[in-house]
Ligand binder design. Structure first.
Ligand code: ADP
Length: 293
């Protein structure tokens, strides 16, 4: 993809590795005081705890290009109907990570009639956030599946409050990169009534903007009971009230905010650019600057 070349050009190979080296040399350990991505982030005063959260001692930090050759940990944030589900499916297809949506996990618990599902249902029906202690149980139950560790993961709406993000950091799951999709309120409301979900794989469609393939898939698609204008306004308020807190525990240099408007393929090109940039060793700050220019 042209992006890889352009991000490398944007940052410069010297900046990626901290030294003038051929790309293959980046497998060497980074100096804790180096300015290469994660080292740059975690060597800031006050962020020592985050080194522990990554389970890596400072001396073992590798340049960011190599950090992302380990299974990626990704976070995605967006308002309801903001396109998280659609983009997560693309991310899993291309980057091989495993998706973890607390919304999907909670709906499964509700369907199965478990104690967690019973506790969560009234909050979900009202469009309110499910209490943090319930979410923490859902997170621990889900990530006990070793596939998350082995493949890497994308946290899809998993951290909606500061308490939840702090929990994720403490559990060693802090994302290497956090993508925020910006979508205006009116667009959220316009999208919600047309949204349909394929219950067999969770894929999202929109009757007008991204219709499901006619026939078997279109016939089995359902509308979520909380996808109506009244409840979506509550969900939107919950998102806006808690977003800054949810991102606060992460170093700002791991957060990239992009425009979530446009056709799903156009948004995917932006999301893919962020992840391809991260994998090629570009810091999020550089990627953000690229999008902001
Ligand atoms: P949305 O895009 O509206 O957030 P989701 O399917 O991701 O849709 O979530 C549906 C509902 O599940 C939310 O409105 C909320 O009640 C609950 N929920 C999901 N994730 C969380 C979370 N991390 N914390 C609290 N509540 C959550």
């Amino acid at each position: 993809m042209a992006w890889i070349g352009s991000v490398v050009g944007l940052v410069g190979l010297t900046k990626l590795t901290g030294k003038k080296k051929a790309p293959e040399d980046t497998t060497k350990k980074a100096s804790p005081s180096g300015d290469n991505g994660l080292g740059e982030i975690f060597n800031q005063p006050g962020l020592e705890d985050l080194r522990e959260a990554f389970g890596v001692a400072p001396a073992a930090f590798v340049p960011v290009g190599n950090a992302h050759s380990v299974p990626m940990k990704i976070g995605i944030y967006a308002p309801p109907a903001g396109g998280k589900g659609t983009q997560c499916a693309n991310i899993c297809d291309k980057y091989g990570v495993k998706q973890f949506s607390t919304g999907d996990a909670l709906r499964a618990q509700v369907k199965a009639g478990t104690p967690i599902g019973k506790e969560a249902k009234s909050f979900m029906d009202a469009g309110k956030l499910v209490p943090n202690d319930v979410i923490e149980k859902v997170i621990l139950a889900t990530v006990s599946d070793p596939a998350y560790e082995a493949k890497g993961f994308i946290l899809d709406g998993v951290c909606r409050t500061q308490v939840q993000s702090e929990f994720v950091v403490r559990e060693g799951m802090m994302p290497h990169i956090n993508i925020v999709l910006e979508v205006p309120d009116e667009e959220v409301v316009a999208r919600i009534s047309g949204r349909r979900i394929d219950p067999t794989n969770g894929r999202s469609y929109h009757l007008k903007f991204a219709p499901p393939p006619a026939g078997e898939i279109a016939n089995r698609c359902i509308q979520r009971s909380d996808d109506n204008e009244t409840i979506v306004r509550t969900r939107l308020e919950e998102y806006k009230t808690n977003k800054a807190g949810a991102l606060a525990p992460y170093p700002s240099d791991t957060v990239v905010t992009i425009n979530g408007l446009g056709k799903p393929a156009e948004v995917w090109a932006r999301v893919d650019a962020v992840l391809a940039g991260a994998k090629s060793g570009v810091t999020s700050a550089k990627t953000q600057a690229f999008f902001d220019q």
